[in-house]
Design a protein around this ligand. Sequence first.
Ligand code: NAP
Length: 276
Amino acid sequence: MSNVPVAVVTGSNKGIGFAIVRSLCKQFPGDVYLTARDAGRGQEAVAKLQEEGLRALFHQLDIDDLQSIRALRDFLKEKYGGLNVLVNNAGIAFKVRDTTPFAIQAEVTLKTNFFGTRNVCTELLPLVKPYGRVVNVSSMASNSALAGCSRELQQKFRSDTITEDELVELMKKFVEDTKKNVHEKEGWPNTAYGVSKIGVTVLSRIQARMLNETRKGDHILLNACCPGWVRTDMAGPKATKSPDEGAETPVYLALLPSDADSPHGQFLSDKTVRTW
Ligand code: NAP
């Protein structure tokens, strides 16, 4: 078994994830895994970094596929005895002009952004070593979606005692409510992406609390963040940040020094803690 530190970035064949891997290759003292659901696209991305003189390793990972997540888990367990840095970056967004019915958009978006990310956490968080760093890439869209929720929902999502099971039930309820076309009446905002990212931000707050309760002595720091508005296939060419600039806050959180005890359980943008 290797004692080399290891970092894993989900959805990193392009966009912000790719830029996070590039930055970690330059700064992280260990093996950096670029992961992708499509092995061809992943290997191509690794080759592109190689041309820049950077060494990333590749492992397949589709966060929608539990078998794929478990294969990565077993690989990390066997080869490294765990992992040191996990960046949950993989995500999807329907374009504004997309005419797919809202209920389908809700189901598909929540499946990857919330349930897929949660499944990765369920399988990989127990493997995170002491002084490990976990970064969940959420979005400022979670904050604006929260502001668009009913007072009752806002209270639940801001609660310091909400459980992971309660959050999962709320995310399922959103999808069900869109199918019945009662989501607005039930207090939800009209954004599937925004609700999926509420899920990611609240999940991060819950996971950080759980780490405090069960692994306090392990000094693991877990946070959610927004990369900013970044020029990628998701956000388009008019966005204000380059992918390398978008990677700055996630990488800052992934490389928090070993003597840091904060931030933890926070939501950050531009390396600054934001109120939730
Ligand atoms: P992007 O260019 O569309 O890249 C998304 C990445 O996620 C791609 O590598 C994609 O792989 C991967 N992915 C999607 N579904 C996956 C799955 N099921 N399993 C594994 N990988 C999957 O988007 P981006 O702008 O870089 O976004 C990265 C993250 O930042 C997302 O979580 C997004 O919500 C968040 N974010 C972005 C912005 C922005 O302005 N760009 C703002 C706020 C937050 P494929 O190539 O195979 O599709």
